[in-house]
Design a protein around this ligand. Structure first.
Ligand SMILES: C[S@@+](CC[C@H](N)C(=O)[O-])C[C@H]1O[C@@H](n2cnc3c(N)ncnc32)[C@H](O)[C@@H]1O
Length: 277
């Protein structure tokens, strides 16, 4: 778990950080970020997200895809490899430099437009993209998560798809309530909206809040899925070698849990799939 630069003692402030701090944090993490995807936890994380992204992919390869807060290109690069044209933006120039380098190595630079931008203020026209992705927490990490939702919805075409994930309120409550019941109580009462999530300190959502926030912005939610990878012991998630049998078993469990509506809100991340109407 990352250290939180925005916490006072044990009590997190209910305000996100400054743009410059977020930029600095992700610039510093840019050269080590991809190593996560060589771990068991990283592979599981990719497995679930790709399953849902693939279900949303347009058949038409000329479709416009936005990878919002796309970091080092972990999503944009495979999409470009499949033949899609992608626009990737991020707040962190360091993350974008890593993405640029990887695309160059794979001779895919032409397929991905890279832009430095804030998710809460997008430099794109209304209804521009056929598919909008914001994967592994950029909305939660944003300085203005509500504005981020407004902006992502605005740039999605009518009939276009959206697939994003955010940190989970109830998971944060479960993590906190033994050690810090005061904060956990504020989180569950919605008196506090920020906590540590799987990708850092940021805005947490319940499934209802998430659906309501996107619904208000013209997105019909077709599914909200829970990610339960963080329930695995840390030492298991950090493994860099594993048996295929164990991977197959765990991914089936995760996938079944992700679609089990009675436990969705307990997931460490919530993945929303929707369509602009
Ligand atoms: C956990 S990484 C995920 C990166 C990528 N989407 C992926 O799936 O690997 C979170 C990313 O969100 C970016 N981010 C945080 N706040 C942002 C903002 N306000 N606007 C754009 N990107 C932001 C960070 O710079 C970082 O690259």
């Amino acid at each position: 778990m990352m250290l939180c630069a925005r916490c006072k003692g044990d009590m997190p402030e209910d305000t996100p950080g400054e743009i410059e701090d977020i930029q600095k944090e992700w610039d510093e993490r840019s050269t080590s970020y991809d190593a996560y995807f060589n771990t068991f936890g990283g592979k599981l994380d990719e497995y679930l997200r790709w399953k849902l992204i693939k279900e949303s992919l347009p058949e038409d390869k000329t479709a416009r895809i936005l990878d919002a807060g796309g970091g080092t290109g972990m999503v944009a690069l495979p999409l470009a490899g499949m033949g899609y044209a992608v626009t990737l933006f991020d707040l962190s120039p360091g993350q974008l430099r890593v993405a640029e380098e990887k695309l160059r190595k794979h001779e895919l630079s032409e397929a991905v437009e890279i832009i430095e931008a804030d998710i809460a203020e997008l430099p794109f026209p209304d209804e521009f993209f056929d598919l909008v992705l914001a994967v592994r927490g950029p909305i939660s990490l944003a300085t203005e998560p509500s504005k981020a939702v407004v902006e992502l919805s605005r740039v999605t075409k009518r009939g276009g798809r959206i697939c994003v994930d955010v940190s989970s309120r109830y998971w944060a409550v479960i993590q906190k309530y033994g050690r810090d019941p005061e904060t956990a109580l504020k989180l569950i009462r919605s008196e506090l909206d920020h906590a540590h999530g799987a990708h850092g300190f940021g805005r947490v959502f319940s499934p209802e809040e998430l659906e309501e926030t996107f619904g208000r912005n013209g997105i019909k939610v077709t599914g909200i899925y829970g990610d339960f990878a963080y329930y695995l012991p840390e030492e298991m998630r950090k493994e860099t070698k594993w048996e295929e049998r164990s991977y197959n078993q765990v991914t089936e469990i995760l996938e079944r849990l992700s679609r089990e509506s009675s436990v969705t809100g307990m997931g460490n991340d919530l993945i929303l799939v929707g369509e602009k109407y």
